[in-house]
Structures are given as structure tokens and as C-alpha cells.
Design a protein around this ligand. Structure first.
Ligand SMILES: *Cc1c(COP(=O)(O)O)cnc(C)c1O
Length: 410
């Protein structure tokens, strides 16, 4: 089985279902009984794998992880309650007090807050650099750096870094290369082929399919030698390339309780089955709308890595051959013009999500980034004139018509 569409639909059950159900049922049970005290003892100490308590593992969640593992080609996957749950669990596992992570200020606002406030409180430092500048990135890494962290397409700046170049730096420095692939999940981006060790993503977005549920994933491609990470070196002696997955599953996620619920695992498992279809449609819609917006006199600038005149075009073609995602941004003359335009839209909804089936639109500076000062917003690449369009799978002509009528009045 090798095609993405096939792999997204067919995954073997780890245990035969009593009724030969075609969908893994929702095991909405907190605890699972053992036949004997000996069996229960064996499963608690890991000698006999069995589900005991749903904060530790659950059959529906495990099946979703299995499906994602097959789909992506990762050696293992951990599902968490949200993208932020996956990101926080990952950084709490690979780094500690006095360590640092090298990243850019051009990242998702809540991830920036995770680094600059929540993790900082526990002594984890963040070194902000320009990840599109390989020399600068290599220069800021020091002996306390545990990872380079990037977003494959940054949200909302839509910047694309040379991932092969970053992978070469990570390899030389023996540190992890971690990519947030929310905008380009497996199928749109082949992470291991570009030297990414760990993929972390919000499955709330593309994978859930129609914004049904929150979820997050950590995928490990098995290419990092965890003896190089002081927090995992001991586990690496025993579990080799599985050290991180082992620690996440048996300790960190258990202790944090940030697990995906069985119901959401079911929804996301269904969502995954149509990912290839939806991604194809939404990426095609996005490119067409980007080209359309470029022809409008009211639009100052359109940003989409799939546009031939985008500074990221060459890298996007190489790294995301199946489509450069379904997010574009554009600028109008002022914040007032942006608000007027947003208020005139009839079909496109004003909301803060992406990769919904519906097309959604937002003014990032006054919403997602509202907690930051004007100066911070400038360094984060979020001007007051910017609008973010998260394109769905509606008919292109209807989306175009709605944008056109709202722009004409702007
Ligand atoms: C939405 C998003 C997240 C956070 O995911 P949640 O599921 O909302 O917690 C992280 N990174 C990126 C790039 C996102 O777009």
C-alpha cells in the first residue's frame, strides 16, 4: 500500500474487532479491566501491552495514531488534545532549564507566547533568528541549543525557509530539526525527505476535516540519535530511535494529561480519509484566488508561496509539490479599509481558523496578535493592513464573486 489516498483510508486494526466494524468504534471508557491480577501487573510495568486507563492509552486514539503513522511513514505518532498540547509536550520533553530553542519571531502567535512567556518561566530560552538566513541561523546555535524549530509555511507571514539547508545545520550541530507542518501536513510535505526529525502539527486544521475537533500530533521519523540530547540520552540506551516516543507516551503525556479524547480521535480519523481530496481542492482554490486578487486595483499586495512572483516560489515548488497550502494574505490601504471589506463579505466567514471546509477570513493584527504592541507586531510581520484568507473547498466562482463585491465597495 503506497498511495496517500489509499493509506489515509485503510489501516489495520491492532486487534480484531468483535463485530468486524469497518470504523474503529469510539471506546469512550475511562478504564479497561484485566482478567487476572497478574495481567494487570504485567500491563502496568509494560511487560504485556494492554489499555488500562484512557489518560495513558485508549484503543480509538491508538488506532488514529496508527493510521497517521501509516499515512506519514513515521516510525510512530503521538496524538494530543490540540496543536498547542503537542507543541508544549514536545518542548517540555526535549529541553529543560538553561537550554534554548532556535526559531524565528515569524511563527504562530500562541507558539510565540508558549516560548516567550510560558516556557520561559521554567528557564527554557528562545533564540530568535531569521531562519531564511542559514548563516545567521548556524551562528546563533550554542552548546545549550536542543533544536531548530520552524513552521514549513509561517502563519501569517507565509515565509518559507530552506528546510534542507536547516537540516544540514541541525545534522552538523547534532540537534533536532522540528517542523510545525500544520499548513502542509503529510501528503503536502514529505518531512523525512527534507531532513526533518520531528513533525508536530495541529490536526485541528487540515486533518480534522471541516473543523470538527481539536487535536495535535507529534511524528518521529526515527532519524535522530537521542544520545545527543541530555534529557533523552538515558532512554536512548534502551529504546534507541524510539526514546522520544517512549518518554512522551509513558511519562510526559501521562503526567500532563494532554491527551486526545476518543471522540476527537474518531472524528479526526474520519477527517484524514478525505484529506487528499480536500487538500487538492483548497490548494487549487487558493492559487486561483491569489491570482485573482493580484488583478484587483484595491489590493496592494498578495502573498502566497504558490505565486510565481513570490520570493518563496522556488522553495515552495521544491518542498510542497502537491500544493503550497490553503492560506494566503493580502494588504489593503488601511486598517479601516480592511474592516469595511471584511464586513461586506456575504459568503466568506469572519473567523480564526484555517483548513476548514468553509473559507474563513481574519484581520490578524486586531485579533490573533492583539496582545502585542505595534512595535512587536511589526517585528512579527503583522501589519495593520494585512488580511488573512484561509481558503476552503467551496466553488471557486462563488468565492471570487464574494471577494469582488466586497472589494468594489472598499
Ligand atoms: C492552529 C495552529 C497551532 C495550534 O493548534 P491548536 O490545535 O489550535 O492548538 C499551531 N501551529 C500552527 C501553525 C497553527 O496554525
Amino acid at each position: 500500500m503506497s498511495g496517500f489516498a489509499t493509506k489515509s483510508i485503510h489501516a489495520k486494526f491492532l486487534k480484531k474487532d468483535a463485530h468486524n466494524a469497518l470504523h474503529m468504534p469510539i471506546y469512550d471508557s475511562v478504564a479497561f479491566a484485566a482478567d487476572t491480577a497478574e495481567d494487570l501487573a504485567a500491563s502496568f510495568c509494560g511487560r504485556k501491552p494492554a489499555h488500562t486507563y484512557s489518560r495513558i492509552s485508549n484503543p480509538t486514539v491508538e488506532h488514529f495514531e496508527q493510521k497517521i503513522k501509516n499515512f506519514s511513514g513515521a516510525q510512530g505518532a503521538v496524538a494530543a488534545a490540540s496543536g498547542m498540547a503537542a507543541l508544549s509536550a514536545l518542548f517540555l520533553t526535549i529541553a529543560g532549564q538553561g537550554d534554548n530553542i532556535v526559531t524565528t519571531r515569524h511563527i504562530f502567535g500562541n507558539t510565540y507566547s508558549l516560548f516567550s512567556a510560558t516556557l520561559k518561566q521554567w528557564g527554557l530560552e528562545t533564540i530568535y533568528t531569521d531562519l531564511t538566513d542559514l548563516r545567521q541561523t548556524a551562528n546563533v546555535i550554542n552548546e545549550k541549543t536542543r533544536a531548530i524549530f520552524l513552521e514549513t509555511i509561517t502563519n501569517p507571514q507565509l515565509e518559507v525557509a530552506d528546510i534542507t539547508g536547516l537540516a544540514e545545520i541541525a545534522r552538523r550541530k547534532k540537534i533536532l530539526l522540528i517542523a510545525d507542518t500544520t499548513l502542509t501536513p503529510p501528503y503536502l510535505f514529505d518531512a523525512p525527505n527534507f531532513g526533518v526529525h520531528l513533525e508536530v502539527l495541529s490536526s485541528t486544521k487540515y486533518i480534522s476535516g471541516g473543523a470538527t475537533s481539536l487535536g495535535g500530533l507529534i511524528l518521529d521519523y526515527g532519524a535522530y540519535d537521542y544520545r545527543n540530547n541530555p534529557h533523552l540520552a538515558e532512554q536512548a540506551q534502551k529504546f534507541g530511535p524510539y526514546a522520544l516516543l517512549q518518554v512522551l507516551k509513558t511519562r510526559v503525556c501521562r503526567d500532563l494529561g494532554n491527551i486526545l479524547s476518543p471522540h476527537n480521535a474518531y472524528l479526526q480519523s474520519l477527517g484524514l480519509e478525505t484529506l487528499v481530496l480536500r487538500a487538492g481542492l483548497s490548494c487549487a482554490n487558493t492559487l486561483a484566488l491569489a491570482r485573482f486578487l493580484q488583478t484587483r486595483p484595491q489590493v496592494r499586495k498578495v502573498n502566497y508561496p504558490g505565486l510565481a512572483d513570490s520570493p518563496s516560489f522556488a522553495l515552495a515548488q521544491k518542498q510542497f509539490p502537491n500544493g503550497a497550502g490553503a492560506l494566503l494574505t493580502f494588504e489593503l490601504d488601511s486598517r479601516e479599509k480592511c474592516f469595511q471589506f471584511l464586513n461586506r463579505l456575504q459568503l466568506i466567514r469572519r473567523a480564526t481558523n484555517l483548513n476548514d471546509n468553509k473559507t474563513l477570513i481574519i484581520h490578524p493584527a486586531s485579533t490573533i496578535f492583539s496582545e502585542y504592541t505595534a512595535e512587536q507586531k511589526a517585528t512579527m510581520g503583522v501589519p495593520e493592513t494585512l488580511i488573512r484568507l484561509a481558503v476552503g473547498i467551496e466553488d471557486l466562482a462563488d468565492l471570487q464573486e464574494d471577494l469582488q463585491q466586497a472589494l468594489e465597495a472598499a
